[in-house]
Design a protein around this ligand. Structure first.
Ligand code: PAF
Length: 272
């Protein structure tokens, strides 16, 4: 496995490869990331992972400086999964200009996360486009947990005619049902217990849906009842273009949820 720090190293390495699957990450890798890497390994002759805590997607009061980092463990995991190359650039490497070109996300895909993190998707799209241009992958793997990010990246690829297949991957959950996230390490034991209300809320909404409930207001009420005591940033039911729905329609519905637990903002969702 090659560890590549500069854009030139990556370019030379990339030229030696054929078809590449790409897994962009911010490190602090967990089994959710491992599942993306494993899928890429199954579907591509070569796999490149990037590890880069991207400053432009963090707001001024967010956790950039304390975002979990453990490069040694990340590299070990990548090695054990048979990754071919890991790109670990510095900020200066990826952002060489003081005045960088920025991207505005499509306005129809805003709301939800963007209401709480107004510049987040600008930063995500900026870094993802840079990484796509550097890695030149045929396929790129994104978790469905960050549903809105996935929709923005799919739009980026379509709008800029990038010849990359975006592969959405299933949410990986811990044994207690909590969706895996690098930020889960911030949770104390009691906060973690509280956080379990999130998958429980989604599960209860799913059961009610399976029992025939289609009215979104009633489903949201069930979810909010379960989330009582937590600071819910949003719990919404929309279609795959993020338009609110009055009635749930199968294969077209996304239940999105963001909840603040202590200092940690947790996302979860359900694709119905
Ligand atoms: O999902 C993430 O980890 C990040 O948003 C990504 C896609 C690696 C861009 O920094």
């Amino acid at each position: 496995m090659q560890v590549l720090h500069t854009y030139q190293e990556l370019q030379v390495f990339r030229k030696s490869l054929d078809s590449v699957g790409f897994v962009p990450t911010m490190g602090a890798l967990h089994p959710g990331h491992a599942s993306l890497i494993t899928r890429s390994k199954q579907e591509n002759p070569q796999t490149i992972v990037s590890i880069f805590v991207n400053p432009t997607q963090f707001g001024p009061n967010e956790d950039l400086s304390r975002y979990p980092r453990d490069l040694e463990a990340d590299l070990k995991l990548c090695q054990s999964l048979g990754v071919d190359g890991v790109f670990v650039p510095t900020v200066a490497e990826l952002y060489p200009f003081e005045h960088a070109i920025t991207l505005n996300p499509a306005s129809d895909l805003l709301g939800h996360e963007a209401e709480h993190r107004p510049t987040h998707f600008n930063g995500v799209l900026q870094v993802v486009l840079k990484l796509f241009n550097l890695v030149c992958p045929q396929k790129a793997y994104f978790g469905k947990k960050d549903a809105q990010q996935l929709l923005h990246v799919q739009r980026l690829v379509a709008d800029f005619f990038l010849e990359i297949e975006i592969v959405p991957c299933e949410i990986v959950r811990d044994h207690d049902g909590l969706a895996l996230s690098s930020r889960n390490v911030y949770l104390s034991a009691s906060q973690r217990q509280e956080a379990l209300k999130i998958p429980q809320a989604l599960e209860r909404m799913q059961i009610a849906y399976q029992q025939g409930m289609r009215d979104t207001a009633s489903l949201i009420r069930i979810g909010l009842d379960t989330l009582q005591g937590l600071e819910v940033h949003y719990l919404s039911i929309c279609n795959h273009n993020l338009e609110p729905l009055a009635q749930v329609k199968s294969n077209q519905t996304l239940i999105l949820c963001a909840v603040q637990v202590g200092q940690v903002r947790l996302l979860d969702n359900l694709w119905v």
